[in-house]
Design a protein around this ligand. Structure first.
Ligand SMILES: Cc1cc2nc3c(=O)[nH]c(=O)nc-3n(C[C@H](O)[C@H](O)[C@H](O)COP(=O)(O)OP(=O)(O)OC[C@H]3O[C@@H](n4cnc5c(N)ncnc54)[C@H](O)[C@@H]3O)c2cc1C
Length: 577
């Protein structure tokens, strides 16, 4: 059945930040601004580039070449770092091409060259992200001994969106998340709480790096997201500040000194201080409030709830309020404001709630995989071992194992054998190394994402197809930047910042959980402790990104919303175009 990341010698770095005028020719050359920039340069070489910025005026490409990086001829894929995830830096060219073959209809019918593996599983799971891996574990536990399960994933490593990247900088191995970052603390005996415990996450709160060095301690965030640690706002040319203007402690100063209108200031202060008081949020997914919220945009809901203008939302709040979804609030459902709360975590606060492994939820995927296939990651069942030790790729897909994870395998065809209502078997075809293979299963779980599922499952019911066609995929880019020091930020009293123009939106230096951190302490200066901190820079798409090729514009709210039968399942739909 088919179911469904020095300044003792502080001076050089500070010099770079104080005596080189932003935008000057020297500064531009140091940044490699006169060169062409490729997706690879930006997506994958940002870490190298920042290191180079502090030391030598080399371009990302030169840094890559100096390191003998592979993939130099591949502008799409680029450098992926080191370690288990080095070849899995986002969607590589190979993944992209396999996906386009599906999109372009190359597998409308099974190819004559199909190789029958003669393998039959009790369950095949398409997608080796957290969902697929968790499904495999639950299957393993509930189906009982002797039952077999195969997880297919198109990447060279499992984890899906919750992958990590590892980089070697001055001999230090830095770990950072690719996409998925924090997890909220669940109630102890909740489903998620029990699941975490069962995969070895015995206490949901992690230990983090301590402050190092003589400089007075500054509170630091545990995640790349702004909120709990002191941050500043930067205003540039868009606000008439050609040299740039920093506002630190913006909320303590009540935005005094910000080059914005009085109206925008008042509205931002109102929004910032709102909290949850008086919020008419849903009690449970699907109740009347959630259905109403799902029928209006997030932007409309913000206007209604906070009494703030569309202009303020679009100028200052858009990328963050909608950013995690890659779309702006003008396109997202109002329900998104509460969707995460509807998971009913015990604690989602910045102060104690949000927890993060050094590689984000990559470690959750590793914990699940280690539980599924104990030999898959060397060492004990401890958090440290699972976070630090290498993946034993050979152990993932052993013929004798009841549960197998097969990588570099793109499912291209899934169909019941005969009438879906009566069929006992499902055929799954997948491509690997240029060949197409067939396996059979008694049940299939599609955990690869609706944007591929609808092209792969050949006998998907029409209502599923219609529902899936309402989803859009939008780009949302995160970049990890290794810095040898962040003394210049520390001297300003901040560890993160936000800006409102150009590429990106905010960045945050954050401390790491010690289970996988390269050092037990974090300090702003090279001389005071370990050499590197990992910080995160989050470029986000601008607001009004409403789906392929279009924006709703000011009339967005007059466009009928797509209603969703189950708001908990579908909360990121967009305006019909
Ligand atoms: C930028 C970003 C930041 C996020 N931050 C957070 C956060 O801080 N905290 C949080 O809790 N959540 C966060 N999320 C959400 C969270 O990461 C996802 O909900 C979760 O990782 C999804 O897991 P998944 O297994 O459902 O899907 P995915 O992780 O997408 O896994 C699906 C896997 O299936 C593969 N696949 C797809 N099609 C096929 C095919 N045909 N054949 C074989 N394999 C296929 C994919 O390549 C992928 O490896 C974030 C998401 C994004 C995008």
């Amino acid at each position: 059945m088919l179911r469904e990341a020095n300044p003792t010698q502080a001076e050089p770095a500070i010099r770079n930040n104080t005596t080189t005028r932003p935008g000057s020719r020297e500064s531009s050359r140091g940044l490699g601004m006169e060169r062409d920039i490729t997706r690879r340069d930006f997506l994958n070489a940002t870490l190298l580039a920042s290191g180079g910025l502090l030391l030598t005026p080399a371009s990302p490409l030169e840094l890559l070449q100096a390191r003998g990086a592979s993939n130099l001829n591949d502008d799409w894929t680029g450098y992926g770092g080191v370690g288990d995830y080095a070849n899995s830096n986002g969607n590589t060219t190979a993944i992209l091409e396999a996906g386009h073959q599906i999109r372009d209809g190359m597998f409308e019918s099974l190819p004559p060259s199909l190789i029958d593996s003669h393998e039959t599983y009790d369950c095949v799971i398409v997608g080796g992200g957290i969902s697929g891996l968790a499904a495999a574990l639950i299957f393993q536990r509930q189906a009982g001994p002797g039952k077999t399960c195969l997880v297919l994933d198109n990447h060279p490593i499992f984890s899906g969106e919750a992958k990590r990247n590892e980089f070697l900088v001055d001999g230090h191995r830095l770990v950072a998340h690719q996409g998925s970052a924090f997890y909220p603390v669940p109630y102890p005996r909740s489903f998620i709480g029990r699941f975490y415990e069962s995969i070895g996450l015995k206490t949901p709160r992690l230990e983090y790096q301590n402050w190092g060095g003589p400089a007075p301690q500054m509170p630091l965030s545990r995640t790349p997201y702004l909120g709990s640690a002191p941050y500043g706002l930067f205003f540039g040319a868009k606000f008439g500040q050609t040299e740039g203007l920093w506002l630190t402690d913006p909320w303590g100063k009540k935005l005094e000194g910000a080059p914005i209108s009085a109206k925008a200031r008042n509205e931002l202060l109102k929004f910032q201080s709102a909290g949850n008081a008086g919020a008419q949020g849903p009690q449970y997914a699907g109740d009347a409030i959630s259905r109403r919220l799902d029928a209006i945009t997030l932007e409309a809901h913000m206007i209604e709830r906070h009494g703030i203008s569309r202009e303020t939302i679009r100028t200052f709040l858009s990328p963050v309020e909608g950013g995690g979804y890659g779309l702006g609030p003008d396109a997202l459902s109002g329900y998104t404001a509460y969707a995460a709360d509807m998971l009913h975590p015990l604690d989602i606060s910045d102060e104690t709630g949000q927890q993060m492994f050094p590689d984000g939820n990559g470690s959750l995927a590793r914990l699940i995989t280690k539980t599924l296939i104990p030999e898959s990651i060397a060492g004990e069942d401890s958090l440290e071992d699972v976070c630090r030790n290498a993946v034993n790729l050979a152990a993932l897909d052993r013929p004798s194992a009841a549960t197998r994870v097969r990588l570099d395998s793109t499912a291209v065809w899934v169909k019941h054998d005969g009438d879906p209502a009566k069929s006992e078997f499902v055929t799954i075809a997948y491509t690997r190394g240029g060949k197409t293979y067939r396996v059979t299963a008694r049940s299939v779980v599609m955990a690869g994402g609706s944007w591929t599922t609808r092209h792969i499952v050949r006998d998907l019911p029409q209502d599923h197809k219609t529902a899936y066609s309402q989803f859009y995929r939008a780009p949302c880019m995160m970049a990890n930047v290794a810095v040898r020091n962040w003394w210049f930020l520390y001297k300003m009293g901040i560890s993160g910042c936000q800006w409102f123009e150009g590429l990106g939106n905010y960045m945050q230096v954050h401390k790491l959980a010690t289970c996988g951190a390269h050092a037990p302490t974090i300090s702003p200066r090279l001389a005071d402790g370990p050499h590197h901190q990992s910080s995160v820079f989050l470029p986000r798409p601008a607001h009004r990104t409403t789906g392929p090729g279009g924006a709703c514009g000011d009339d967005c709210d007059s466009v009928p919303r797509i209603r969703t039968p189950n708001p908990s399942a579908i909360h990121r739909h967009v305006c019909p175009l």
